[in-house]
Ligand binder design. Structure first.
Ligand code: HEM
Length: 411
């Protein structure tokens, strides 16, 4: 019988891997009691994770919310929008939305963002540098890993530079625990995002720019997105893109600072080594701990005695699957060289998911990280952690995983 899983436990948030390793040894899916009194089936092995993520009997459509509907408010309308995006849909509705968005998210369009991303990273690195001057301490999450993905999404959505500080503030607020802000601030931020995105869509209809979002607004193919779908998509791009990439940047920074030999190798060997650092960070410190919740539409037999009844909640633990010893040699060791091209190159991780919902922003996330990390560490040699590694706080919860703050100083 598995031990109770408490996602709010600080020790579990920092290092959930031993817990998941014990579950993996018990079978492809294990019915696990959660601290909130419910239970879920956790899938922690690599093969089982890929099987579940590509099986349509595991639905992405959330169960209808029990209880009375919430009173109407801008904040509630914004949250309702988020419930209508493609990650919460199954085929065939999902296919239609995904096809339209994929058409706009081409490799050419993503790669064309490189010079803009470089321009966005420059001032952030300069800001970190300024904070470190005279023996100061800088928080790499606050000053680097959080703002960059938000600014890049602002590029995708074609948000004018003058409005980006607001976007950054609202995003920060809706992503913060409610008790860390003044009463009503989170609600207000949701409402502001909803109003802003609605006006943005109206503006793009009148005056398209050359951004990805304008391309979607003016999509002329049959079945193009209506305003409600565009709004849900704007929210999805923001929320799928910022916290994940933020965790990738902060976890990679932490791993490089605490593995100076790997940082030295990346500095010496250049871009192919940085690519490997990013890939190994995705595997070793999966920015999404779990995929979004799935629900069985019928009984599913995963073998080895794991029979999941219909209507059950299932969590595919990506972080655990990417550390499956059946699939990766010495999975708990951070070793970027396993991703260097050549014979014996390690198999792909599942940090970007698998199957119908596999991440649409993977190319963009890799691009951001392989630009930003060399720029940060190139400008700031001799970075050291200001806190002990085991005192670094991690985000609680089963969905995202990464440091809440990462305080550094110059040696
Ligand atoms: C390191 C950064 C990122 C990671 C680790 C990541 C990971 C993932 C994963 C695991 C999924 C599938 C979730 C599931 O099946 O439940 C997903 C879906 C998605 N991601 Fe990402 N993501 C990242 C960055 C981004 C960025 C930058 C964008 C765009 C701005 C993006 C857009 C999306 C979208 C639109 C989906 C939904 C696809 C669908 O439902 O078909 N992601 N991502």
């Amino acid at each position: 019988m598995p031990v109770l899983l408490d996602p709010a436990d600080a020790g579990f948030a920092r290092d959930p891997y031993p817990y998941y390793a014990r579950l993996r040894a018990q079978g492809p899916a294990v019915r696990t009691p959660l601290a909130n009194g419910t239970h879920a089936w956790l899938v922690t092995g690599y093969q089982a994770a890929r099987t579940v993520l590509s099986d349509p009997r595991f639905s992405n459509v959330p169960a209808p919310r029990a209880g009375r509907p919430k009173p109407d408010s801008a904040a509630e309308r914004a949250r309702a929008c988020l419930a209508r995006h493609m990650l919460n849909l199954d085929a065939p509705d999902h296919n239609r939305l995904r096809r339209l968005v994929t058409g706009a998210f081409t490799p050419r369009r993503v790669d064309a963002l490189r010079p803009r991303i470089e321009q966005l990273v420059g001032p952030l690195v300069a800001d970190v540098q300024a904070r470190l001057e005279g023996g100061g301490v800088a928080d790499l999450v606050d000053a680097f890993a959080f703002p960059l993905p938000v600014l890049v999404i602002a590029e995708l959505l074609g948000i004018p530079e003058a409005d980006r500080t607001d976007l950054r503030t609202w995003t920060y607020r809706v992503g913060s625990p409610a008790d860390s802000l003044a009463p009503g601030e989170v609600e207000e931020a949701w409402g502001s995002l909803h109003t802003y995105f609605s006006e943005l869509i109206a503006h793009k209809r009148r005056a398209p720019g050359d951004d990805l979002f304008s391309a979607l607004v003016h999509e002329e193919r049959e079945g193009s997105l209506d305003d409600g779908e565009l709004l849900a998509l704007a929210f999805l791009l923001l929320f799928a893109g910022y916290e994940t990439t933020m965790n990738l940047l902060s976890s990679a920074s932490l791993l490089l600072i605490s593995h100076p030999e790997e940082l030295g190798a990346a500095r010496r060997e250049g871009s192919r080594r940085w690519d490997a650092v990013v890939e190994e960070t995705l595997r070793h410190a999966s920015p999404l701990e779990g995929a979004t919740w799935r629900r069985t539409t019928e009984e599913v037999d995963l073998g080895a005695g794991a029979v999941i009844p219909a209507g059950e909640s299932v969590l595919v633990v990506l972080a655990a699957a990417s550390r499956d010893p059946e699939h990766f040699a010495e999975p708990d060791v951070f070793r970027p060289a396993r991703y260097l091209a050549g014979a014996g190159r390690a198999a792909g991780h599942v940090a970007f998911g698998h199957g119908a919902h596999v991440c649409l922003g993977a190319r963009l996330a890799r691009l951001e990280a392989t630009i930003a990390l060399p720029m940060l560490f190139g400008a700031l040699p001799g970075l050291a952690l200001a806190d002990a590694v085991d005192a670094i706080p991690y985000r609680p919860g089963l969905l995202v995983r990464g440091p809440r703050s990462l305080r550094v100083q110059r040696l």
